[in-house]
Structure formats: structure tokens, C-alpha cells
Unconditional design. Structure first.
Length: 365
């Protein structure tokens, strides 16, 4: 039986969701897997649909990992470039994300030090190839089976429900999206915006100030800020309640799970036509908003100028083009996005896992 180390976070954040979906597929394969969790030993509270047999398999694989430790066993690590120089063994394959455009010498060296690096974005793959990294390829993410159409009614049919999902961050354009939406729809009872934008890296004061700034210090009657939703089922209910998703109006993404999932569930999403979005968003399945150039990525929080990682630029969106996109989206209300639904079959974790394992075991003797 082929052996594999799996080194990844096991939690309800974005990387944890990706890791859990890969593990679901790996469990189906005839592999002897040792799981090396990053940080905590595993928090599956967000995954309320997974069975006890899966959790038991995870716990057993984690418990036995050191008994089976062998530096020659191939490792699949799901993590950022920063930190992936720390390895379980000598034979490491990295699945990672990249959201800017100027790899540092340190990032290039870390990538070259891996057996192979799978980027979620084809744009990121080409960026690193241009820096002399020959050991890189593009493997897309897949549709998460925790999400499904509920076929339920939520708000009054005369109210257009917008949603914004993803941590409050400059890269994700959170403040600008909220302010533009309020400029167009603020205090109009025919429109509602629900924001699930909790940033787990903010403290309470930072979170409060971010929202206060986004609202311009004013009170608005038709915007809601939701508390952290603990399970994927709760997030699924939110997505199903939406008419229009705004989570795709980001300046740079490694994939964008909220926007992708909303589109794949047949919702209409405004999506910036750049970075990883170009791997799955098309004029047929999304309301594309063209970027208007680039801007420095530095926010003095996640991206700090002069550091060894995450340097350069990401894209910039034009307010007028976003407002035009909102007008187009309103015309789609009540229509199922049939082209979006096709993403569920086009992008699957089964296909992505096959691509990864084929590369890993093609290199094994």
C-alpha cells in the first residue's frame, strides 16, 4: 500500500476547509495516510455533515503518525509558501495559494525547495514559472459537497438580498464594496445586504473600528453584520438566501471559496475578472467586473512592505464599473444561474486529488 504524509490545518477556516475536502477524497483511496495537523489536532465543528467514522479515521491517523514517520515518505502539505520550508520529511509536495504578483527571492527559493508545488491559480503558476520555477503546476479547487440548494424561501420576494462573505480585508475590497452598496441602496427597504465578514485575526477594537469606518459613522437600516457562523450548514443557508453575491469583488484571490460556492449554487455573483477568478468565472456564469490596473498590496496587517513574503501588487477595481455591475445583477434577480450550476461537476475535489496523486506517485520508484 502506498504511503502518504498529509501536513495541513484541520479547522473551519479557508485552508482548513480545503484540507478537509482533500482528506475526504484521500480516505477513499487505497493509501496508508499519516496526518500531521498544523497547530491544533483538529477542530471539525464547522463540518457538521461529516460522519463519526471520518473523525475516527482522522484521530487514528494523527495518533499513529510518529510511529510511521519516515523521511522518504512523500508528504502533501497544504499551507502558505511562508512556513512551507518546515517539512515532515525530505519528499514534500506543496498545495498553496498566491494572491499578488512579485515573488521575492525567499518565496522563489522556498518553492524551488519543494518536490513540486501545486498552485490553486493558473496566474500564480505562470508568475512562478517566469521566475525560473520549473516544479510548479496548476490544480484547481473543487466544489464543496457541504453546500447544496435548499429550495427554500427566505426574505420577502420583493426584497433583493445581497451578500458579502469573507474576512474584512483590504485585499478583499470589503470597505469599498460596503460603501458603494450603501451609496446606491442605503436605507432603501427594497434592498438588503447581509455581511459575514468576521476577521479572526482582528481583535475586538479592530473589528469594531473596521465596521464603523465602512459605515461612515452613520446608521443604516438595511445592512446586517452577521456573527461568526459556526457550521458550513449555516453558511449554506446564508448563500441560499441570496439573490446577488458580492464576495467576488476582490482585488486578488487564490480561488475565492465564497464566491465560487455561491456561483456553483446557481446564484449570480459580481466577480472581478482577474487573478484566480479567471480559472472559473466566465461571462456566462458571472457578472464580470474588469479591473482598472493594479495597486500596491500593503495594508500593514497581512501585507507589510519590505518583508520576505507577500510583496508587490494586486488588482484595482473601478467604482463606476462596480456600480454598472450592480445594475446588471438586478436584472438577473429571479433567474437561476444554470451556467453556474455546471461548476459543481466541472471542478471537483476528486479530480483535483487525482491530479495531485498522479504527480506524487509518478515520481516514486
Amino acid at each position: 500500500m502506498k504511503k502518504l504524509n498529509f501536513d495541513a490545518p484541520l479547522n473551519g477556516l479557508s485552508l482548513g476547509n480545503v484540507s478537509t475536502n482533500f482528506l475526504r477524497e484521500l480516505k477513499k483511496r487505497e493509501l496508508d495516510i499519516s496526518i500531521h495537523p498544523v497547530g491544533e489536532k483538529g477542530d471539525f465543528s464547522a463540518f457538521d455533515k461529516i460522519g463519526e467514522d471520518f473523525k475516527t479515521w482522522i484521530q487514528t491517523s494523527v495518533f499513529n503518525r510518529l510511529k510511521k514517520l519516515n523521511r522518504e515518505t512523500p508528504t502533501l502539505k497544504v499551507w502558505h509558501i511562508n512556513g512551507s520550508e518546515r517539512k515532515v520529511g525530505d519528499n514534500q509536495y506543496l498545495y498553496t495559494f498566491y494572491e499578488v504578483d512579485s515573488p521575492t527571492d525567499e518565496e522563489v527559493n522556498v518553492v524551488k525547495a519543494q518536490q513540486h508545488v501545486f498552485f490553486s491559480s493558473s496566474e500564480a503558476t505562470e508568475i512562478f514559472k517566469s521566475k525560473g520555477c520549473e516544479n510548479v503546476s496548476h490544480v484547481p479547487l473543487g466544489f464543496d459537497s457541504d453546500f447544496y440548494a435548499t429550495n427554500k424561501s427566505y426574505l420577502d420576494k420583493d426584497v433583493v438580498h445581497f451578500g458579502l462573505i469573507g474576512k474584512f480585508e483590504r485585499r478583499k475590497n470589503t470597505q469599498a464594496i460596503i460603501q458603494l452598496w450603501l451609496k446606491k441602496y442605503g436605507n432603501n427597504p427594497k434592498y438588503q445586504l447581509s455581511c459575514l465578514i468576521n476577521n479572526p485575526f482582528f481583535n475586538e477594537d479592530q473589528a469594531r473600528q473596521a465596521v464603523h469606518t465602512a459605515l461612515g459613522g452613520a446608521r443604516w437600516s438595511n445592512i446586517n453584520f452577521l456573527p461568526h457562523l459556526k457550521t458550513n450548514s449555516e453558511v449554506n443557508e446564508l448563500i441560499n438566501s441570496l439573490d446577488i453575491d458580492l464576495s467576488g469583488l476582490s482585488n486578488g484571490e487564490g480561488w475565492n471559496l465564497p464566491s465560487f460556492n455561491a456561483t456553483a449554487l446557481g446564484k449570480w455573483s459580481l466577480v472581478s475578472n482577474c487573478s484566480s477568478h479567471k480559472d472559473w468565472a466566465t461571462p456566462e456564469n458571472s457578472i464580470l467586473v474588469e479591473p482598472s490596473g493594479k495597486q500596491p498590496c500593503y495594508d500593514n496587517f497581512f501585507f507589510r512592505e519590505g518583508e520576505q513574503f507577500n510583496q508587490g501588487q494586486y488588482y484595482k477595481l473601478n467604482a463606476d464599473l462596480i456600480l454598472e455591475g450592480l445594475e446588471k445583477a438586478e436584472k438577473k434577480v429571479g433567474q437561476i444561474n444554470t451556467q453556474g450550476l455546471k461548476l459543481q461537476d466541472k471542478f471537483t475535489y476528486s479530480k483535483s486529488t487525482d491530479m495531485i496523486l498522479e504527480k506524487i506517485y509518478a515520481n516514486q520508484t
